[in-house]
Write a protein that binds this ligand. Structure first.
Ligand SMILES: C[S@@+](CC[C@H](N)C(=O)[O-])C[C@H]1O[C@@H](n2cnc3c(N)ncnc32)[C@H](O)[C@@H]1O
Length: 235
């Protein structure tokens, strides 16, 4: 590529990144513990300032946790311009894919936070933002027993989601991983009956009309996997 074009493209890339990605990881790096804590606080404040600005003209905000390459969220944002969509994603390459998709389609009502969902929900969203809907699509199943503790859908996490949802707000949890769905997600959601009520007639369903497919869902369906959809409403 010609040097001048390369520089122009890199600049464009940075503009796209700045427009769509809020970076929590800039908080980490060298320094003593106080330095690091100060950097984390600064990044959290920076994200809040940006989100306040981005969402100021929207009455509805929806959140996808672990949004991957952003297919699901970008499609929602294109279809529903009156809603602001926020993704949280811990893989930077995936955040860049989302940003590129959103930019190609000139989508204005979306951003992704590069960071850890547990941290962002607890220290950035809690007491500051209330969401109409939260989607958790195909969270990593961590199938090995010794890694089970890394699974994101725990009782504590469900409690924290409850705190950032509006009254009657919806929580969608979707997985292809039978054991995680049947033995962890569904029992934890059912056990949270003081917080959430099941909107389905059964603990889960394998078909959810009009629910947009994520990239991961398409791959899993191609492999013949059964999908578990759970839909709960904040009490
Ligand atoms: C199996 S993929 C599913 C991606 C997308 N939701 C889909 O259905 O196509 C799980 C995604 O969650 C992200 N992830 C895992 N743990 C996370 C965390 N603690 N915070 C934010 N994202 C996380 C991973 O980087 C990955 O992109």
């Amino acid at each position: 590529m010609h040097e001048e074009n390369k520089i122009r493209n890199e600049k464009l890339d940075n503009q796209i990144i700045d427009k769509y990605i809020l970076n929590m990881s800039s908080a980490f790096g060298a320094g003593d513990i106080t330095d690091i804590q100060n950097k984390i606080k600064k990044s959290e404040e920076n994200i809040k300032t940006n989100i306040n600005e981005y969402t100021k003209n929207y009455n509805k905000i929806e959140l996808e946790i672990g949004c991957g390459y952003g297919k699901f969220l970008v499609e929602h944002a294109i279809e529903r311009e009156d809603v602001y969509f926020i993704g949280i994603e811990s893989n930077y390459k995936a955040c860049k894919k989302l940003a590129s998709k959103a930019s190609k389609r000139n989508v204005e009502n979306i951003c992704v936070i590069f960071g850890d969902a547990q941290h962002i929900i607890r220290d950035v969203f809690y007491k500051n933002y209330l969401f109409d809907t939260v989607y958790i699509n195909f969270p990593d199943p961590w199938p090995k027993k010794r890694h089970n503790h890394r699974r994101i859908v725990s009782m504590e996490f469900i409690n924290n989601i409850h705190k950032i949802l509006k009254d009657n707000g919806l929580l969608y949890v979707v997985s292809d991983y039978e054991e995680y769905a049947k033995e962890v997600m569904s029992p934890n959601l059912e056990a949270s009956s003081s917080l959430f009520k099941n909107t389905l007639e059964s603990p889960w369903t394998h078909h959810l009309e009009n629910y947009k497919q994520t990239l991961y869902e398409i791959k899993m369906r191609e492999l013949g996997k059964e999908i578990y959809y759970m839909v709960y409403q904040k009490c």
